[in-house]
Design a protein around this ligand. Structure first.
Ligand code: PGA
Length: 253
């Protein structure tokens, strides 16, 4: 039997959080985690970039890692407003989310661009969380597996390993909507992602974590995290407060 990957419960704060409230919530979560005897998962918070130094200081010595929400493909240069993977690593990040559907939609990010960002993450020693997922129209047309397959093919770099890459399956229609696929639908998509990863990356693909994301809440986390090939969650809205995030983390803690 292959070793089960260590689950990852990741919070994506998106464009939410200020220094004072962010510190308070992150510290409250760290306090809960400190009480867990043998932690069964990794816990990650990806705050807006200006909060990275703030949370790094607030979470020093805690069991919570910090990560970025996006990075530029280049290490430095004339790219006003962008942040490089090297800068994120320098700020204490271990992870960076790339290719979130909000970036793909709001900033026209293509699979090719997402792959370049994932390569940049690897270059900087970060683990890339590469997001994929179908729209509502694509699901209605039963194109989910095809769309997700094409995104994986285009977005994952050749050098992806179990250590440097995490895949997050996030159906676009489930994000922030309160809607989630059934456990059966999640199982089908995650099994399809797993078989593609194994085909392309062999043993590394077997060990790569596949997160589910999209309206994960305290009330559905138990069911979603129990699905085969679901190795954690990427949580948006419900990661903003310790009160909401802790019950999700606790499922795998
Ligand atoms: P949500 O967002 O949990 O608020 O649906 C998830 C995400 O976009 O990562």
């Amino acid at each position: 039997m292959a070793k089960q990957p260590r689950p990852l419960i990741a919070g994506n704060w998106k464009m939410n959080g200020l220094a004072r409230s962010g510190t308070r919530e992150a510290r409250a979560l760290a306090k809960r985690l400190a009480g867990v005897k043998r932690l069964g998962c990794e816990v990650l918070i990806c705050p807006p970039a200006p909060l990275l130094p703030v949370l790094r200081a607030a979470l020093k010595g805690s069991r919570i890692a910090i990560g970025g929400q996006d990075c530029h493909a280049a290490a430095t240069g004339a790219h006003t407003g962008d942040v490089s993977a090297e800068m994120l690593a320098d700020a204490g990040c271990r992870y960076v989310i790339v290719g979130h559907s909000e970036r793909r939609a709001d900033h026209g990010e293509t699979d090719r661009r997402v792959r370049a960002k994932a390569e940049a993450a690897h270059r900087a020693g970060l683990t890339a969380i590469v997001c994929v997922g179908e729209t509502a129209a694509q699901r209605r047309r039963r194109e989910t597996l095809k769309v997700v397959g094409a995104q994986l093919r285009g977005s994952l770099p050749a050098g992806a390993t179990a250590g440097n890459t995490v895949v997050a399956y996030e159906p676009v229609w489930a994000i922030g909507s309160g809607l989630t696929p059934t456990a059966g639908d999640v199982a089908e998509v995650h099994a399809s992602i797993r078989s593609r990863l194994v085909r392309r990356f062999k043993a590394e693909g077997r060990g790569m974590r596949i997160l589910y994301g999209g309206s994960v809440k305290a009330g559905n986390a138990g069911e979603l995290l129990a699905v085969a090939n679901v190795d954690g969650a990427l949580v948006g809205g419900a990661s903003l407060t310790a009160k909401d995030f802790w019950p999700i983390v606790r499922v795998r803690a």
